[in-house]
Design a protein around this ligand. Structure first.
Ligand SMILES: CC(C)(COP(=O)(O)OP(=O)(O)OC[C@H]1O[C@@H](n2cnc3c(N)ncnc32)[C@H](O)[C@@H]1OP(=O)(O)O)[C@@H](O)C(=O)NCCC(=O)NCCS
Length: 426
């Protein structure tokens, strides 16, 4: 089934119609309609007016998604007042399985039509669509952390940003065999996409990337204002296997010896690639600062340098938000590091995931079945989303009164030794 053309959710269509608005799928073959949708999306995120070249690139990129719009036909503008798109993205879960999750993006409502329930209709529509498609999870990355809890999403991975004073720190990360070389994004694109896929498959919390999302990490997209400044360095092992890359921009300073490197993306499929790429960044001449964003909470840079305080975390924030739609399917898709059994009582205002389930883990594999047994743990669906990928958060949610019962049993089962990570935005 082509998920791009499945019919629109009737509840949302009715709710929007009652508000005088029209809910519609955007036909990717209709360039005018898609351009209007893209302009509304850019405007919604306070981005610039897209040029013809940007629109052309964006049309190509968004054609693979299910793009939905809300129109105000009574008003003078033909452009959407609401946008959203979605597609099934393979989410890596603990144990390494890749589960199709409904990835939701481009949620915007025109400021002229804010707080009238348009986003509520759009989100409800996406969740009901994903549920009808049989997808166990919906996921998104967010502009603000106060929006999506009401629709049952919980923060499930955290990301870090770093600033490293490279005049202060010295490399103590050991030998770095392998080969580093500059690359052109066009030539490296296919290899880079394979490296990214290895990285994304190798850590729970990461998603398999559409060509557009991969391209954005490897090299600048068309009409990127910094396109001519982006440098790309690839890492290949001694035996010639492509295992990583870093793309970055250099920013000047009055003092020519003190440039700043802003890392656009660092992808390392192996520890050797991770070490070598960090060493490359830290030892660049004429550079005083390396800045990097959207790393995991276990980014190893402090272990690689002699002066831990020369590598500072400048930001720590929630990143991937997870919404469980089907408890048995979601919980059985991942593996567990300890065996045990727990009865979960899940509350879900939207009804998709509510119920009482016994989760029994043997040999790391879970079996889940509805039960009438007394619950060990009572929690709302967004708390289940927050613990689902293994992040260390159950005890804090219990401390704050958002999980009740035997939180240690829940924590022992769900937490993973390696924390989940998502190293990109979508
Ligand atoms: C966020 C956004 C999509 C909300 O759209 P909207 O149509 O105004 O939202 P709704 O009227 O449907 O609001 C639904 C509920 O969410 C709440 N809400 C919506 N946006 C919120 C925000 N930014 N902060 C806090 N609460 C918010 C509303 O108060 C309402 O709460 P209620 O159910 O308790 O009444 C819109 O403000 C927007 O486009 N923002 C800029 C782009 C952006 O940040 N998008 C999100 C990308 S991840």
């Amino acid at each position: 089934m082509d998920y791009r053309t499945i019919s629109l959710d009737e509840t949302s269509a009715r709710d929007l119609s009652e508000a005088g608005l029209r809910y519609a799928l955007v036909d990717a073959a209709d360039a005018d309609a898609l351009d209007g949708w893209i302009r509304a999306d850019f405007r919604g995120f306070h981005d610039r007016q897209p040029s013809a070249e940007v629109l052309e690139g964006a049309r190509e990129n968004f054609a693979a998604r299910r793009n939905t719009a809300v129109y105000d036909d009574a008003g003078p503008s033909r452009e959407p007042v609401g946008t959203v798109n979605a597609w099934p993205a393979p989410l890596t879960v603990p144990g390494g399985a890749r589960v199709d999750a409904w990835a939701i993006s481009s949620v915007t409502v025109a400021p002229t039509h804010r707080r009238r329930g348009v986003a509520r209709a759009l989100l409800g529509g996406e969740l009901r669509t994903a549920h009808a498609l049989g997808l166990p999870l919906a996921i998104l990355t967010v502009s603000e952390s106060v929006i999506y809890g009401r629709w049952g999403f919980g923060p499930a991975t955290w990301s870090t940003a770093w600033s490293v004073d490279t005049k202060r720190v010295r490399w103590i990360g050991g030998e770095t065999p392998g080969r580093l070389s500059f690359a052109e994004a066009d030539e490296y694109g296919e290899i880079g996409a394979k490296v990214l896929d290895r990285v994304m498959a190798g850590r729970h919390g990461e998603i398999g990337l559409e060509p557009y999302l991969a391209k954005r990490l490897i090299g600048p997209l068309k009409a990127d204002p910094e396109a001519d400044k982006v440098r790309l360095v690839r890492y290949d092992s001694d035996s010639g296997d492509p295992e990583g890359f870093v793309s970055y921009v250099l920013k000047g300073d009055d003092d020519f010896t003190r440039h700043t490197v802003e890392v656009r993306h660092l992808a390392a499929a192996t520890p050797a690639a991770h070490r070598a790429l960090w060493r490359f960044l830290l030892e660049l001449d004429l550079v005083a600062t390396v800045k990097i964003w959207t790393r995991g909470i276990d980014e190893p840079v402090q272990a690689l340098v002699n002066d831990i305080r020369g590598a500072r975390v400048t930001d720590l924030e929630d990143h991937l938000w997870v919404r469980v739609l089907d408890v048995p399917a979601a919980v059985q898709a991942r593996t567990y590091e300890r065996d045990g059994s727990v009865v979960l009582d899940v509350a879900d205002d939207l009804g998709f995931a509510s119920g009482r389930f016994r989760l029994t883990v043997r040999g790391g594999q879970a079996e889940v079945a509805p039960t009438d047994d007394a619950p060990d743990v009572t929690l709302p669906v967004n708390a289940l989303g927050s613990v689902y990928l293994g992040h260390d958060i159950a005890r804090n949610l219990a401390l704050a009164g958002r999980i009740q019962g035997d939180v240690d049993a829940l924590d022992r089962l769900f937490r993973t030794a390696v924390p989940p990570r998502l190293s990109t935005w979508f």
